[in-house]
Design a protein around this ligand. Structure first.
Ligand code: SF4
Length: 443
C-alpha cells in the first residue's frame, strides 16, 4: 500500500505578502515601510503575487514520481490526520517561530506520523526541530532521492537517525515538475498582468559572487554553478504548459546568465522551441548584460529583468563586498534593456552598515535617474549563517527571527534606528513612485 506524504508549507497571518521562495529560501515579508505609497504597494503585493517555495514543489514532484507514495502539498494544518505517514515541513526564517510551534503541536497530536523539516534556514533551527522529535534534511531536499533509495524503510531509519544529508545533486536527474498537477499549488502574479499563473522554474543553482558575505543564496545552493541542460529545461517548461496552460515563468536562478556560453545555448534553445510565446522573468547581475544578450533575452521571450543595484555609493557597497558596475555603466546597461523592450526592476538595500542620510539621498536620486520600470527597496539584514552575521553578531538587537524579513532594522546601526529606518524605506518608495507618476502625468 502507498504511504501518504504531505509537504506542509505553513504561513502565519500577516497583512503583507509572505514569500518563502525569495531570499534563498529564508523568505521575505513585503511590509515596505511607512507612508501611503509603501503601504499601498504592500497591499498590492499581498493580493496579487504568490508562488510556493520551489524546493517544496520539487520535493513534491520527486514523491509523485515514486509509486511507493501518494503525496500532496498543503498550507493547511487540517490536512494532517492519522492516515498520514510522513510530513515534510517547509521551513523559513520569515515564519520560523510559527512553523516550529505548529509542528510541535502536530508532533504531540500525531505521535505515529514521522516528521521531517527542510529549508535553508534550518541550519540555524535544526537542533530545535530535533529536540521535538522532527528529523532534519540538510541541503536541497529535491535531491534526496538521488542521494539515497527513498522507501518507507529508509525514511524510518533517517527519522530515527535525526538527520539526513543530501549528498548528490544532478538537476538533470530530477523528475518532471509533477507538482503542477497538485490542486493546492496554484500561483498568481496579477502585478505583472499574468492572469493564468506564473510558474517558478530554475536553470542554474549556486552563485560564486563576492556578496555571499551577506547573501543567503550560496547557503541554500552553494557557490558553484549547477546547471540543468537546455533540453531538460525545455522538457520541464513544456510539461508545465501542457498541464496547466500557463505561459508565464519566473526563473528562480540566483543570477540568471551567470555563464555566458551556457546562457547563449539555453536562450537559443528556448527561442527555437518557443512556438507558444512563453514569457519569462529573470533575475541577473547587470554586469552580464550587453546588447547581444539583451537581444537574445527578448527573442527568447524574456519580458522582465530584475537586478540588484543595492546602493549608488561605492563605499557603502565595498564595505559588504558587493561587486557592481560603475553607476554610469549601469545607466547605459538599463538603456540597452529598454532599447530591446525589456522591462526592468532594480533592487536597492538601504541602511547598509556604511549608509547615512546623505548616502540614502544619493541612492534615492540615482534610483530615479536609472530609468527602470520598477524599483524595490529593502533594509540591510544580517542573516544568520552568513559570514557578515558571524562577524557582527554583537550588533544584532532583535531576537525574533520572523522580523528578519528585509523590512525591519534588526541590528544596531550607527545612524538609523528601527523607526527612522522604516521612514527612510517609505521615503524611498514615495520618491521613486511619485516621480514616476508625475512623469507619466506630464506625458
Ligand atoms: S550576486 Fe550576490 S546578492 Fe546576488 S545571489 Fe549572488 S551572492 Fe547573492
Amino acid at each position: 500500500m502507498q504511504k501518504k506524504v504531505v509537504i506542509l508549507d505553513l504561513y502565519r497571518n500577516s497583512r503583507y505578502r509572505i514569500s518563502k521562495d525569495t531570499c534563498g529560501g529564508y523568505g521575505t515579508e513585503n511590509d515596505f515601510g511607512h507612508g501611503f505609497i509603501a503601504k499601498s504597494l504592500g497591499f498590492v503585493a499581498k493580493f496579487s503575487l504568490f508562488w510556493p517555495p520551489l524546493a517544496a514543489l520539487n520535493l513534491l514532484s520527486e514523491f509523485k514520481n515514486n509509486n511507493l507514495f501518494s503525496s500532496i502539498y498543503s498550507q493547511d494544518i487540517n490536512d494532517i490526520d492519522n492516515s498520514i505517514d510522513y510530513v515534510f515541513i517547509s521551513t523559513s526564517i520569515v515564519c520560523a517561530n510559527y512553523e516550529l510551534k505548529e509542528t510541535q503541536q502536530l508532533v504531540k497530536k500525531f505521535p505515529k506520523i514521522r516528521f521531517f523539516a527542510f529549508g535553508s534556514f534550518l541550519n540555524i533551527f535544526a537542533s530545535r526541530y530535533r529536540e521535538i522529535g522532527v528529523a532534519t534534511i540538510t541541503g536541497e531536499p529535491e535531491f534526496l532521492f538521488q542521494s539515497y533509495t527513498i522507501d518507507h524503510k529508509n525514511l524510518n531509519l533517517f527519522h530515527i537517525n535525526g538527520n539526513v544529508d543530501v549528498i548528490k545533486k544532478d538537476p538533470n536527474n530530477l523528475s518532471l515538475p509533477l507538482w503542477v498537477n497538485d490542486k493546492n499549488t496554484a500561483t498568481k502574479n496579477f502585478l505583472f498582468g499574468y492572469r493564468n499563473g506564473y510558474l517558478p522554474i530554475i536553470a542554474t543553482r549556486g552563485c560564486p559572487y563576492s556578496c555571499y558575505e551577506y547573501c543567503v543564496y550560496p547557503l541554500q545552493q552553494g557557490r558553484k554553478i549547477n546547471a540543468v541542460t537546455p533540453e531538460k529545461l525545455i522538457k520541464d517548461l513544456n510539461y508545465l504548459h501542457n498541464n496547466v496552460g500557463s505561459k508565464n515563468f519566473v526563473f528562480r536562478d540566483p543570477v540568471f546568465s551567470i555563464n555566458r556560453k551556457y546562457t547563449n545555448e539555453l536562450l537559443s534553445e528556448i527561442e527555437k522551441n518557443n512556438h507558444k510565446n512563453f514569457s519569462f522573468t529573470v533575475e541577473t547581475h547587470l554586469n552580464n548584460i550587453d546588447d547581444d544578450l539583451a537581444r537574445l533575452f527578448k527573442s527568447a521571450g524574456v519580458d522582465w529583468v530584475k537586478f540588484g543595484i543595492e546602493s549608488a555609493v561605492d563605499d557603502v557597497k565595498n564595505n559588504v563586498n558587493r561587486y557592481s558596475l560603475k553607476n554610469d555603466e549601469q545607466i547605459d546597461t538599463v538603456a540597452i534593456c529598454s532599447k530591446n523592450n525589456l522591462k526592468t526592476v532594480a533592487m536597492y538595500i538601504l541602511c547598509q552598515p556604511e549608509d547615512n542620510y546623505e548616502t540614502h539621498k544619493l541612492t534615492m536620486d540615482y534610483s530615479r535617474k536609472l530609468g527602470t520600470n520598477l524599483a524595490q527597496f529593502s533594509l540591510f539584514t544580517p542573516y544568520p549563517g552568513t559570514p557578515y552575521y558571524e562577524k557582527n553578531k554583537h550588533m544584532i538587537n532583535c531576537d525574533n527571527f520572523e522580523l528578519f524579513n528585509q523590512y525591519n532594522l534588526v541590528f544596531k546601526h550607527k545612524i538609523f534606528n528601527s523607526i527612522s529606518a522604516r521612514k527612510e524605506l517609505g521615503k524611498a518608495y514615495s520618491n521613486y513612485y511619485l516621480n514616476k507618476a508625475l512623469k507619466f502625468g506630464n506625458k
